[in-house]
Design a protein around this ligand. Structure first.
Ligand SMILES: [Zn+2]
Length: 320
């Protein structure tokens, strides 16, 4: 009987549950509604999703463990979910709760860390032990992998690089308390807000600007290609800000490769333009490329959660 791991990816709108082989191949998966209003509500949704999946998929295979990735700060060693959003914290031993409920060993991590684990074992990590994974979607976060290991920091908060300031003269306030953070300019949500703010300067824009309506990145790309002034302003600001962030991270961690994921990076359009703003001298040691992940962005975190669980089970086995 083939051994598998049940992986769970908690997102803002959906929970993805999938059965994954120990090599990271997804055999089956199903989506469930999510609730990320607080950790307890999210935990209940995760548990009911796992219960439903197990009931619907009577085992033709042998599930040996569960791997879960969530948003916020996670202590993987203790299996403790420390915080869902900055300031909204309820210490919760999620791994143990799932172990008790379902009888499988469980490992948990943050969703961006999970993507970096997948990248490390199945993607660019096969070519180098030194890389940065940068996720640009609704928000921005990254993970630095150095000597083959993800840097997690003293409070499991390393890599929240969306709050790196890229414009010290900016008057734009960020929820983090500073001004000029890269997330305000280069994330999907940031670009939407920049378009709203600058609309008055480009009244002739072809973008459909209404306060209550989120401007999609696809619309920005299309308007940019049609030389729309507002789209050009917003996207060029995003490109330069993302390039500044990338180069700052290179200066911090000296990677051999940089890999991007997330909605804004779901095709090569943004990256191809952004690399033109990278200073060749700054990135001269990034010899193994500045690329988009070769893994499916929809399932990269799910795969990482499965690999984490498999890794931790192996480690426990070898410790006797
Ligand atoms: Zn900030």
């Amino acid at each position: 009987m083939q051994e598998t791991v049940l992986a769970v990816d908690l997102g803002g709108t959906k929970i993805l549950v999938g059965e994954v082989t120990k090599d990271g191949e997804i055999i089956a998966s199903k989506k469930y509604p999510s609730d990320t209003s607080n950790q307890r509500a999210a935990t209940e949704k995760i548990k009911s999703a796992i219960a439903d999946y197990l009931e619907e998929h009577p085992s033709t295979r042998q599930i040996t463990g569960v791997g879960v990735c969530v948003v916020g700060r996670v202590d993987t060693e203790k299996g403790e979910w420390l915080e869902i959003y900055p300031g909204l914290s309820e210490r919760l031993f999620l791994a143990q709760e799932i172990e008790t409920a379902f009888g499988f060993p469980c490992s948990i991590t943050n969703d961006v860390s999970s993507a970096a684990i997948a990248e490390n074992q199945l993607g660019i990590g096969r070519k180098t032990d030194h890389f940065i994974y940068i996720n640009i979607g609704t928000g921005i976060a990254a993970r630095v992998v150095s000597q083959g290991k993800i840097i997690s920091g003293g409070h499991f908060n390393a890599g929240e690089v969306g709050h790196m300031v890229v414009d010290i003269t900016s008057q734009e306030e960020c929820p983090c308390g500073r001004k000029g953070c890269v997330e305000l300019f280069a994330s999907g949500l940031g670009m939407h807000k920049q378009a709203l703010n600058a609309h008055w300067r480009y009244p002739e824009t072809i973008l459909d600007i209404r306060k209550e309506r989120r401007i999609g990145f696809d619309e920005l790309m299309e308007a940019y290609e049609k030389k729309d002034g507002l789209a050009r302003y917003v996207v060029d600001l995003a490109l330069k800000s993302a390039a500044a962030l990338t180069m700052n991270l290179v200066r911090v961690s000296d990677p051999e490769a940089i890999v991007f994921g997330g909605g804004v990076m779901s095709n090569s359009w943004f990256l191809e333009k952004m690399v033109t703003f990278l200073n060749p001298k700054t990135i001269r040691f990034v010899t193994k490329g500045v690329t988009i992940t070769t893994l499916d962005p929809q399932t990269i975190a799910l795969k990482g959660a499965a690999l984490l669980a498999a890794n931790q089970m192996n480690r426990r086995d070898s410790c006797g």
